[in-house]
Design a protein around this ligand. Sequence first.
Ligand code: NAP
Length: 370
Amino acid sequence: MHDPHPPQPATPAASGTTPLPATERAALLRALELAARGPADTPNPQVGCVLLAPDGTTLGEGHHRGAGTPHAEAAALTDAAARGHDPRGGTAVVTLEPCRHTGRTGPCARALREAGVARVVFALPDPGAAEGGGGAELAAAGVDVAGGPAAVGEQLAGAALDLVGPWYARAARPAVHVILKTATTLDGRVAAADGTSRWITGPDAREHAHRVRAGVDAIVVGTGTVLADDPALTARPDGTAVQQPLRVAVGHRPVPATARIRGDDGRFLQLATHDPALVIAHLAARGARRVVVEGGPRLATAFLRADAVDELHAYLAPVHLGAGAAAVGDLGVTSIGEALRWRTAHVERLGEDVLLIAHPATGDPAAGHS
Ligand SMILES: NC(=O)c1ccc[n+]([C@@H]2O[C@H](COP(=O)([O-])OP(=O)(O)OC[C@H]3O[C@@H](n4cnc5c(N)ncnc54)[C@H](OP(=O)(O)O)[C@@H]3O)[C@@H](O)[C@H]2O)c1
């Protein structure tokens, strides 16, 4: 498939200045510079750290030089000691959340706490199940912790993610549960020939979908759906507005200023990428753990091809269209033995429609999932 857009950073289109003080912003930019000096494409991420004194002067700097070598925080503490500086009462500014696990090197959260650092700022939360949570550990010990895009701003968090995208995507994937929703006719179509798709399913199915939305952290669609349908992507179970998930448009085309997906609550995000793994990484960086991908067909195809779907919600309406877009495009399957197969977990009648919930048939010899 020809992609007219060459790979490029998926830094969110949302602008937004950093909420950080100027010295910490400058230190984070420096930490990113340091991080980039570490080896890329290794099992470990590139990480940089700058230690600041309470007056904002630099006490020490460090970056991770590869597996088996000290983490960036440890390197910065060593550098501060070598320069004769005491980090007590200072601030550690790191590109990635300090780890709390004991691997080949000790946990960085503990090292910073024991060094007497009073504040820790990090651009990206560590999504790994074993490594995540260093920030929480530090906060519990009374350290002032500010981490993630909300704390450092979209641009700095985006720059940090651009640096470690593939590593972050790999680490984040198991932490994020991805639901793929489709609403199709009996002949597998999601829109009529003219692109209209409202409504294929009836009110009961749509109400069910709203309840699903109310239980996720993000609702994701492609720009094609935004431009064709102008969906609001709000969660309104039983007609009531609830805590709203993030509304995410994936793709390079601009989302019109008047598009309903933008809303007015600041919970809109555009990710200029075609890579499902990066979409998941960006959402994980914002703390999302459960997301629903609501199409359309090109985005659904990309998630299926990337093996990035954990749960299928297929609403089937007793409708024929005979023409129009199919729910998914080419999956690279040429023979029946390569079919992507699912295990049915739940079937429910919703008015005239049927909902099928299924999971990848992983491990099944007849399954297409790896
Ligand atoms: N019944 C349903 O369940 C349902 C749900 C949603 C949509 N729809 C219907 O689907 C139709 C829209 O279809 P669509 O396929 O254009 O929608 P889409 O999948 O929402 O959007 C396609 C766009 O997504 C972006 N994209 C992101 N990752 C991609 C990747 N890996 N490969 C290719 N593109 C990627 C591209 O945007 P850029 O070109 O901007 O980079 C692409 O043009 C509408 O008629 C809508 O009504 C039906």
